[in-house]
Design a protein around this ligand. Sequence first.
Ligand code: ZN
Length: 376
Amino acid sequence: MHDTDLTYSIVPMKPPKPTADLPIISIRQLTDYLETIAPPSYQESYDNTGLLVGNPNTACTSALLCLDATEAVIAEAVEKSCNLVVAHHPIVFGGLKKLNGKNYVERAVLAAIKNDIAIYAIHTNLDNVRTGVNRKIADRLGLQQCRVLQPRTRTLKKLSTLCPIEHADRLRDALLPVVQGWQNDVANVAFSTIGVSTFAPTNNSVAEVRLDIVFAAHLERPLLAAMRQYHPHPNPNYELTTLEQSSEQIGSGMIGDLPQAMPIAEFWAHLKTAMQAECIRHTAPIAETVSRIAICGGTGISLLPDAIRQQADVLVTADVKYHQFFDADQQIVIADIGHYETEHFTAQLLHSIISEKFPTFAAQLSEVRTNPVGYV
Ligand SMILES: [Zn+2]
C-alpha cells in the first residue's frame, strides 16, 4: 500500500490549558500513587502497564479517566484541558514499529503526542489487587464476604544492612515509612539484631545493629534511596533476599455472596441493571435460585475451575467462546455480559482512588463510549 492510499486523519486539536485555581501535581506523583495501589509487578507477563506516552515530570493539569485511550478519548482530553489520560487498557500492547497513523492505535498515540497528552495504563495490575476492578464489580452487584477467586503468590524482598548502634534507630525510623505507605497485608517487619563487627586490618571490634526489613518488591528503589540517604556510611553494604509469599490480597477474579438467594431471572435483571449490560449470554440455569457469584472483569473463563471448586452458582465474565460454555457442565452457570460491560466502571474506580489521595485534583470521567461492540 502506498502512503497515498491512507485514509487516516489526525483530529485537529488545541493544546490543553492549565486549570485555574486547582493544585497541579506532576504526572509522576499521580502515577506513583496509583502504583502504590496497583504495583506494576502485579501485572501479567503479556501486559504493558505504565506510562505509554509522555514525560512523567510534566505538571498534570487534569486527568481524564477511561477504559480505552482511543483517538476520540484523546480528543476529549484536549477538549477538557486534560494533559493525562489514565486508561485501564494499554492502547499500545505489542511494539509499535512505525507511527504513521495507519490504524487506531497509531492514530491515538500520534494525537496524544501532537497535543502533548500523556497516556498511562493501569491494567492487569489493577485486575490483580483485592481493591481493584473486580472489587468494583462485586460492589455494584452487592456481593458480601468477598475474597479473591484465584489468589497468587507475590514476591517480597528483604533488605539487610549493618549500622553502628547509635545510628540504628534513626535509620530504621527513616526506612519504615517507605515500606509502610503501601496498602497491603504484609507485616512490613523491621527486625534488629545487635552484634559485633570486626574491621580489617586493625581487627577493631564495634557494636553494630543488623537491620532486616521485609518489603513489597516494587519498593526496592525508594527503599535503597532512603537507606543511602540515612545510613551513616557513605557507601553502605547491604544484602537483598527474595521471598515468595502467597497472598489473599492479590490474584484473579473475586467471589462473594448475594445478601440473599435470588431467583435466577431476578439475578439476570439485577446483573443487567448493575452493570448496564444490554445482553447476557449464558448457559442453562441449574437451580431456581443463585447466591454465590464469581466474577472476573474482562476475559476470565480460565477461572472456571476455581469458581466451581468454591461452589459459585454463577461465573460472570466476558469473551467466552462457544466451546467454553460447554465446560459449565451442569456444575455452574456461565454468564458473559461483554468485555466492556464488565469493566466500564473501572474509570469510576480510578476516580475514587485518585480523589481520596488528591481531593482537589481535577480527575474527570470520560464520556466517550469506547465499546467496539454493538447489540441489535
Ligand atoms: Zn479488559
